[in-house]
Design a protein around this ligand. Structure first.
Ligand SMILES: [Fe+2]
Ligand SMILES: [Fe+2]
Length: 308
């Protein structure tokens, strides 16, 4: 156990650590400098701080620091005091303005403004993926699960932070930034409706939303190349490769839970998606990439017929 407690509401730098005392006294806005030597008191504490952080730099740096400590095997899963309750809502900066999906302005298409609008919307999805993944790590840290479950999802949480950082930097290369445009706040709904249902969380996040990424990313990569934007295409390729693994982890752990509960994974998946996911499963599906990740058509095809 690393420390006595961890309080997400206090500013960074005010925590007490028994194993790694802070050496940097630089007082700047919370972010890179503040989190350079951050070590959470437990994996669940680090996960909570990632989700609670309002500063984007702080969020991504705490994700890195927590992953580093976890894989360095210097971190317990959670504290015995159980003081790691996850926040109901993720911490977010003042911008972008968050709007209900129906109030979102029509996105610019074509030219640099279209390119920025697309990158901004993907960056927003990736930021939500950071929060959703770390929320799952922290929220389910008290369950009887193999340590490899947390290894897999900490890796995913780190990769989501990398995706967000790559897109954020690309926006800055184009003289824009994350926060310059409005974004929608519908994505956190999935976390709220599956707050105490791990199978539901796996069904909706990796196996519906991230699997959807496998369907739509290859055409986006082609389009970016056609439009003479190899930098964006290269970032999307990294995201596509990583997301395939995220879906594979989702399928693996979903099957694990179904095995434990002695239920049919395909039927269970369909029940959970109907209960927790409001949108339809829209074809066309990238059957090949989905199958390679372990998400075979028997899972999602019946839902496309019923909902789509
Ligand atoms: Fe991602
Ligand atoms: Fe992902």
């Amino acid at each position: 156990m690393q420390g006595s407690h961890d309080n997400a509401s206090r500013p960074l730098g005010s925590e007490t650590h028994t194993s790694q005392p802070r050496t940097s006294q630089t007082r700047v806005s919370p972010g890179k400098a503040e989190t350079a030597d951050y070590t959470p008191a437990s994996l669940a504490c680090g996960a909570r701080r990632v989700v609670a952080s309002r500063s984007l730099d702080e969020k991504t740096h705490v994700a890195h620091a927590t992953a580093r400590a976890w894989f360095g095997r210097s971190l317990s899963l959670r504290l015995r005091t159980g003081s790691e309750r996850m926040p109901d809502q993720p911490g977010r900066p003042d911008t972008p303005i968050l709007l209900p999906p129906r109030d979102m302005p029509k996105r610019a298409v074509g030219g640099t403004s279209g390119r920025i609008a697309l990158l901004h919307s993907i960056a927003h999805i990736e930021l939500n993926a950071v929060d959703l993944t770390w929320d799952m790590v922290g929220r389910f840290a008290d369950r009887q699960l193999p340590r490899s479950f947390f290894d897999d999802w900490v890796r995913v949480g780190l990769e989501e932070a990398k995706h967000f950082s790559l897109l954020r930097r690309r926006l800055e290369d184009l003289d824009s930034h994350y926060g310059a445009l409005p974004a929608h706040h519908g994505l956190w709904e999935a976390a709220e409706s599956t707050g105490d249902d791990l199978a539901g969380r796996l069904a909706v996040i990796p196996l519906v939303l991230e699997a959807r990424g496998l369907d739509i990313t290859p055409p986006m990569i082609d389009k970016a190349r056609e439009r003479g934007d190899p930098e964006t295409a290269a970032i999307l390729e990294i995201i596509y490769r990583d997301e395939k693994r995220h879906v594979a982890f989702g399928a693996k752990w979903f099957r694990y839970l179904c095995d434990k509960e002695r239920c049919d994974p395909e039927r269970r998946f369909q029940d959970l998606v109907r209960r927790h996911f409001k949108g339809g499963l829209k074809p066309p599906f990238n059957d090949r990439a989905r199958s390679e990740a372990g998400l075979t058509p028997g899972f999602y095809r019946p839902l496309a017929r019923l909902i789509g």
